[in-house]
Design a protein around this ligand. Structure first.
Ligand code: FAD
Ligand code: SF4
Length: 474
């Protein structure tokens, strides 16, 4: 360990753009064993036991991870090739470490807090080692612990199978509580399944977790929408507690003319249809093949849409973003990946109007040039109108919460932006009804949804007087 002076920080190898745009497989390879060991060997092994209790004053990888994962310990076990122990440690506080290692924006979380990141040597590649050690342990036969079915006395309904719901279900099962999962879609995972593209997160990884949870006794109701197929009050009466992990389903509007024209799609329509087609082996139904495609937006979901359009074999793929490149809100690496794959960018451009033909089919997009005024407010230049030709426009401008009508059944308190209001235990205004993830925070991150699900599960277990989790404090 502490080899940071002799071993440079490294990332897993990336497939060449020409090759990877021909398919939907992940663009990064996982580390090889020697690479993972070398990267783990760079860890300083900050003395975590000594520092426990001082965490608020001292930052290191663990404090940067929302789940407070015991990172130095599993890095050491990986270095020692003890994958069984590394797996147990990395699954102690995390409901699905092999997923989070793939999708977390590590640079803004654990890796930015790593002590080495404050030096010229740069952080340990924490997330990529996390993926490696879990995949290796699973290959060697490791299975996560989900409690014992015969010890369960209480039962909880979890509504929504995104990361918040799956995390809550995981920690409830581990605390000896029966779980029934309600999901309106035909597959579990929420945005893990139908939002984040396969080239960032292979879906087999989610389905593997799901199988383990079913084998541990979790009951699942797919294609079952709460508020339509079953009421919230029915669940509240039948179960000891209810957890709501409903996400934020509404796409933001661009506020331009003709937004309802044929050929204007919301980002989730594109990503969900693509993923369903891939999983059902029917990709010939592409809505973008041979089309000129414009994606409006500059965040990570816009990059996902652009790179998906490239894989649909669109004729051209262009990103229109209202500010400059430096102001783009998402990961810089995703912008690099998009450029490598052939995406064109138009910055400082505000969409004004979708141009349509006599059948209201999109034929172009009118944009205005933008600038920042002296108060840093975005303005449009007069007489700067330009026309871009397009057959398809994809809106990727973020998401908003929906005020579900079934909230009224239990008079749940709702905030100004339609998110659910919860207390410090993730309990809503109705006793024994809990909530977490995007439905509470607004559009956020997978790891924070996982954290909310875990905290709600612990609060439910405590309130019901269930077992304590034997692994959490590893
Ligand atoms: C395109 C895209 C890419 C992203 N990429 C990343 C990334 O790389 N890294 C990252 O950290 N974050 C990413 N995010 C954000 C992340 O996916 C979300 O923050 C996270 O999924 C929120 O989890 P959740 O469980 O709260 O909600 P969701 O994942 O939205 O899950 C909600 C679930 O509830 C179900 N549901 C809703 N209403 C009902 C009902 N009435 N009855 C039954 N079921 C219902 C839905 O069908 C869905 O399955 C991305 C988001 C998008 C849109
Ligand atoms: S869960 Fe995310 S933040 Fe935590 S160690 Fe893994 S990659 Fe880092």
């Amino acid at each position: 360990m502490r080899e940071y002076k002799t071993v440079a920080k490294a990332y897993p190898k990336k497939r060449p753009a020409k090759e990877r745009t021909q398919d939907y497989y992940p663009i990064y390879h996982n580390f090889e064993e020697n690479e993972a060991k070398a990267q783990a060997s760079r860890c300083l092994q900050c003395p975590i036991d000594l520092l426990r209790g001082l965490e608020s004053e001292f930052t290191f990888c663990r404090t940067g991870c929302p789940l407070n994962n015991n990172i130095p310990r599993w890095l050491k076990k990986t270095y020692e090739h003890d994958y069984t122990s590394a797996f147990e440690l990395s699954n102690a506080r995390s409901p699905f470490p092999e997923i989070l290692g793939r999708v977390c924006p590590k640079k803004g979380l654990c890796e930015s807090a790593c002590t080495l990141e404050k030096t010229s040597y740069h952080a340990v590649s924490i997330g990529n080692v996390e993926v490696y050690l879990n995949e290796k342990a699973i290959e060697e036969g490791a299975v996560p612990f989900y409690g014992r079915a015969n010890e369960r006395t209480f039962k909880v309904a979890v509504v929504g199978s995104g990361p918040a719901g799956l995390s809550c279900a995981t920690f409830l099962l581990r605390a000896g509580i029966d779980v029934e999962l309600y999901e309106r879609e035909n597959r579990v995972g929420g945005l893990l399944m139908y939002g984040i593209p396969n080239f960032k997160l292979p879906k087999s990884v989610i389905l593997r977790r799901f199988e383990w949870m079913k084998n541990a006794g979790m009951k699942v109701h797919l294609n079952t929408e709460v508020g339509k197929d079953v009421s919230l009050s029915e669940l509240q009466e039948k179960f000891d507690a209810v957890f709501l992990g409903l996400g934020v389903p509404l796409g933001r509007s661009a506020g331009m003319e003709n937004e309802d024209a044929k050929g204007v799609h919301h980002v989730m329509e594109l990503l969900t249809q693509t993923q369903k087609n891939l999983l059902d082996h029917a990709l010939q139904q592409s809505i973008l093949r041979d089309k000129h495609v414009i994606v409006i937006g500059g965040g990570d979901s816009a990059m996902d849409a652009l790179r998906t359009a490239i894989r649909h074999k669109a004729k051209s793929v262009t990103c229109v973003y209202r500010r400059d490149e430096a102001s783009m809100p998402g990961s810089k690496a995703e912008v690099v990946n998009a450029k490598e794959e052939g995406v064109q960018f138009i910055f400082n451009a505000l969409p004004k109007k979708a141009l349509v033909d006599e059948n209201r089919q999109v034929v172009g997009l009118e944009i205005l040039e933008t600038y920042l005024d002296e108060n840093n407010r975005l303005q449009t230049k007069e007489q700067s109108t330009q026309t871009l030709s397009a057959d398809s426009i994809v809106l990727a401008l973020g998401f908003e919460a929906k005020r579900f009508s079934f909230y009224e059944e239990l008079d749940l308190a709702v905030g100004r932006s339609n998110t659910l209001i919860v207390d410090e235990n993730k309990e809503t205004s109705h006793p024994f009804v809990f909530a977490g993830g995007d439905v509470v925070r607004g559009a956020n991150l997978v790891v924070n949804a996982a954290l909310d699900g875990r905290e709600a599960a612990f609060a439910i277990a405590k309130k019901l007087g269930a077992l304590s989790d034997p692994y959490f404090n590893l």
